[in-house]
Ligand binder design. Structure first.
Ligand SMILES: Cc1cc2nc3c(=O)[nH]c(=O)nc-3n(C[C@H](O)[C@H](O)[C@H](O)COP(=O)(O)OP(=O)(O)OC[C@H]3O[C@@H](n4cnc5c(N)ncnc54)[C@H](O)[C@@H]3O)c2cc1C
Length: 465
């Protein structure tokens, strides 16, 4: 372990407005924990920063002491890159303020805020930022890697709605980035992950959403997998712009009031269609699904947007062990469907799943080079395969299942790239493939300008050119 004297740690404590936590503190274990309980790392110290000045001081301290730096936003990365062994963990959980300027249609969001906190503040005004589908995810990591959710079809990725960001750089400078200020850095932040600095505030444009939206949830048993996926590939690419969809495969039906008791805990295929316009329009969109393939049960209902954002929270609570792989597919061909359906029963944990998002609509209206997003903007599917278990033995079994299904789908993908936010291993070749050579080269040059020593390397790392 790197040796840093208590004298030096004391010096850090005196300059930080926030708290410095070490193994001697009672809250050390709760402070270092990540969403993925498979991650068990012991930082030398945790700097729970309260301001950009704190972050600058923490970075300077770590560099002087030659400590590795990790940055923790919401702590949700499967890879657990928010925490490091023996180094300094910069913890943004005290920087989660959200302020809304409804007149200007802008939200300013602290680098450690969660999606739930952002939604709560924006929905007071009937506004929203497109984010993810699990409300306890951090806005920080989610945004920097892209941000995919219910509103992607209507309004693009989270980064497509970012208008500026305040960043503390590797040399401790605090800069504002926007299309007019450090435009190269602003481009890189929109998809390039945590490679370029610590974002203290994200500024997003807001769009009117809800407060009431429409949920259409349809559930079928495991024996109908092929028919469900064929139906989904017919329906989802043809949705109107005011709708969003997700296909969730392998999850168990919850013991909820809308689920007939005989189907409680039954594994199956879930198609969720969310509508952002009228109830009539939503009813019109979902009717053909029911007619084409009657589900075991369904829930079609108006729902507050904040409740929609929490609908899937319990499928992925904090405290479980997880491993995820991801791949982009242009089409859900018969062969793709057959491989998914055939391999699904091999998973061991009832919590392991495969999630498919269609990326098109507003997502595809943005040019490939307009942002640094790791993935082409042509219409496609992003397929997340997640092994989730309560014990290492179950996780190990489903890690093998995840890799096996990923390998089975790989021949149908253009390359091995995927959504960088969904990777567990952050394999260097896969990261390169996700961005493609041109974008990766541009990111590497910007990295060389703003972080030449690769101080921020615990992430889907871009090597400085
Ligand atoms: C259960 C679950 C559901 C998910 N659902 C979605 C979804 O619907 N849509 C989607 O797009 N993604 C989703 N994700 C993936 C998610 O976007 C990534 O895991 C993301 O990294 C989470 O961000 P975080 O801040 O919570 O993570 P952290 O683990 O805190 O951070 C991950 C990395 O991001 C960087 N980082 C975080 N905050 C900052 C900051 N302020 N400044 C600089 N760097 C920072 C750091 O490099 C850090 O190592 C989900 C993940 C999980 C586990």
């Amino acid at each position: 372990m790197m040796q840093v004297s208590s004298h030096h740690l004391e010096a850090l404590r005196t300059v930080l407005a926030g708290k410095v936590i070490t193994a001697e503190d009672a809250d050390y274990d709760t402070a270092r924990i990540q969403w993925n309980n498979d991650i068990d790392r012991n930082p030398l110290a945790i700097a729970r920063c309260a301001s950009p000045a704190d972050i600058a001081a923490a970075i300077t301290f770590a560099r002087e002491q030659e400590l590795e730096i990790s940055v923790r936003g919401g702590g949700h990365a499967f890879s657990g890159t928010g925490v490091c062994d023996d180094g300094l963990m910069i913890d943004l959980s005290a920087m989660r303020q959200v302020s809304i300027s409804a007149d200007a249609g802008l939200a300013r969001v602290g680098g450690g805020a969660t999606v739930a906190e952002l939604d709560a503040a924006t929905q007071v005004h009937g506004l929203a930022v497109p984010t993810g589908v699990i409300s306890h995810t951090g806005v920080g990591g989610l945004t920097l890697g892209g941000g995919i959710g219910w509103l992607t079809h209507k309004a693009g990725l989270t980064i497509d709605n970012l208008v500026s960001a305040d960043v503390v750089l590797a040399d401790g400078r605090c800069v504002r980035t926007s299309p007019d200020e450090h435009a190269d850095l602003f481009w890189a932040l929109r998809g390039g992950g945590g490679n370029f600095g610590v974002v203290t505030t994200f500024e997003f444009q807001l769009l009117p959403v809800g407060p009431e939206v429409h949920l259409g949830l349809f559930f079928w048993g495991m024996d109908q997998g092929e028919e469900v996926l064929r139906l989904a590939r017919d329906v989802v690419p043809n949705l109107p712009v005011e709708a969003g969809a997700q296909i969730a495969i392998g999850l168990n039906a919850p013991p909820a009031p809308f689920v007939p008791p005989q189907y409680h805990f039954t594994p199956g295929y879930l198609l969720i269609i969310v509508g952002f316009s009228s109830a009539e329009e939503h009813a019109r969109i979902v009717a053909p699904i029911r007619d084409a393939l009657p589900p075991l049960f369904e829930l079609v209902t108006p729902i507050p947007y904040v409740a929609l954002q929490r609908t899937l929270d319990e499928t992925a609570p904090w405290g479980l062990l997880g491993y995820q792989e991801v791949i982009y597919l242009d089409e859900l061909t018969d062969d793709v469907i057959s491989r998914i359906v055939t391999q699904l029963p091999a998973k061991r944990s009832p919590m392991s799943f495969c999630l498919i998002f269609r990326l098109d609509g507003a997502y595809s209206a943005v040019g490939d080079e307009q942002t640094a997003f790791g993935g082409r903007r042509s219409p496609r599917y992003v397929v997340n395969i997640a092994g989730i278990g309560a014990s290492p033995a179950v996780l190990n079994a489903d890690r093998a299942w995840v890799r096996s299904l990923w390998s089975a789908l790989r021949p149908f993908a253009r390359d091995s790239g995927g959504y960088v936010n969904s990777m567990t291993d952050n394999d260097a070749d896969r990261v390169r493939a996700s961005y493609g050579p041109t974008k990766y080269g541009r990111l590497a040059r910007i990295k060389a300008k703003y972080d030449p020593a690769n101080v921020f390397h615990l992430n889907a790392n871009i090597k400085p050119a």
